[in-house]
Design a binder for this molecule. Structure first.
Ligand code: FES
Ligand SMILES: [Fe+2]
Length: 321
């Protein structure tokens, strides 16, 4: 994992008011809960007393109570009460504190900060310039038995499109890969497919290609967007579960019509189209070995893998910061 990043990990709607849920993300077992006011918190899902899962407990006021011996922890993981010691106890109980993770929400996505809490940035990763409230979206999720780096690379891969998606978005046998051009500006990686039918011509160099209106964008650590047009986008946040598993949350955003109801319908249909494409990818990506990609992987990359090389390079830089 890259440290000191906000990771998009879960849709906000998964955690209702006054509820606790258990999730595994970023190789961690986490208990997320939302108090009556709707405020959200994230703590380690393992009690410091004798290891029970806090997510099996309940909320008492703004604290999560362990289901085993009743220790209570607040949203910052601080132990607030130990029933066995009694209300009158004044003993220092800070050694029972559980680990907590900074957590925030934006646009219906829950983000958690992995790394030094003091370094947590104010701005969450999102495509602020592209998506606003005028859009309607519809979301699906799917579990892939792959490391999140492989899932991300797949969405930046223009070479696989005519092969994997030969009967859907890659129809037309455009197997010759021009470029592609790859840019990295203001923290956003951008590229676009310039594929052509192979009539014996040589592929164009990346420098001779352009970024098209339909283009792919990525923001570290785990947010991707297909800018299909000025009115249709697809966003995926790749929630890392552990070293071999990822959950993809795929949103189809639409604002083609004047009426939100029409846009909702298009988004609803669009998300099922996404599912067909996504399943074509998944079938192959889950077979990749090793499960995680790396900068010095020894893989024999092609010129057309430029976006993947850029992703790996930037990821390596961030990991070494
Ligand atoms: S294991 Fe949690 S209170 Fe004992
Ligand atoms: Fe694909």
């Amino acid at each position: 994992m890259i440290l000191n990043q906000w990771y998009a990990i879960l849709p906000s709607r998964k955690i209702k008011k006054n509820r606790i849920i258990a999730v595994r993300r970023l190789n961690l077992d986490l208990a997320l809960f939302r108090n009556k006011k709707g405020e959200i918190a994230c703590v380690s899902d393992q009690c410091t007393h004798r290891g029970a899962a806090l997510s099996k407990g309940k909320l008492i006021g703004d604290c999560i109570q362990c289901p085993f011996h009743g220790l209570e922890f607040d949203k910052d993981g601080k132990c607030r009460f130990i029933p066995a010691n009694g209300k009158a106890s004044t003993a220092d109980i800070t050694r029972y504190n559980v680990r907590h993770y900074p957590v925030r929400e934006l646009n219906g996505i829950i983000y958690i900060w992995l790394g030094d809490k003091e370094k947590a940035t104010g701005k969450l990763p999102f495509f602020y310039d592209d998506i606003d409230d005028s859009y309607v979206y519809s979301e699906i999720e799917d579990h892939w038995n792959s490391h999140y780096s492989r899932c991300i690379e797949n969405q930046l891969d223009v070479v696989h499109v005519p092969i994997v998606h030969y009967n859907t978005i890659g129809k037309g046998s455009k197997t010759l890969i021009n470029g592609p051009k790859v840019e990295f500006e203001n923290g956003i990686l951008t590229t676009s497919a310039n594929n052509e039918v192979d009539n014996g011509q040589s592929p164009k160099a990346p420098a001779d290609c352009v970024i098209r209106e339909t283009n792919l964008n990525f923001i570290f650590p785990n947010l991707w967007m297909n800018h299909i047009s000025s009115r249709i986008k697809v966003i995926i946040y790749f929630a890392p579960v552990d070293d071999e598993n990822t959950i993809l949350y795929i949103r189809f955003y639409c604002k083609i019509a004047r009426f939100r109801a029409v846009n909702s319908l298009v988004a609803f249909i669009g998300k099922y189209a996404n599912k067909i494409i996504e399943r074509q990818d998944k079938r192959v990506v889950i077979t990749q070995k090793p499960k995680a990609s790396s900068y010095k992987s020894g893989e024999k990359l092609l010129v057309g893998d430029g976006p993947i090389i850029m992703y790996r390079r930037k990821r390596e830089e961030l990991k070494n910061l």
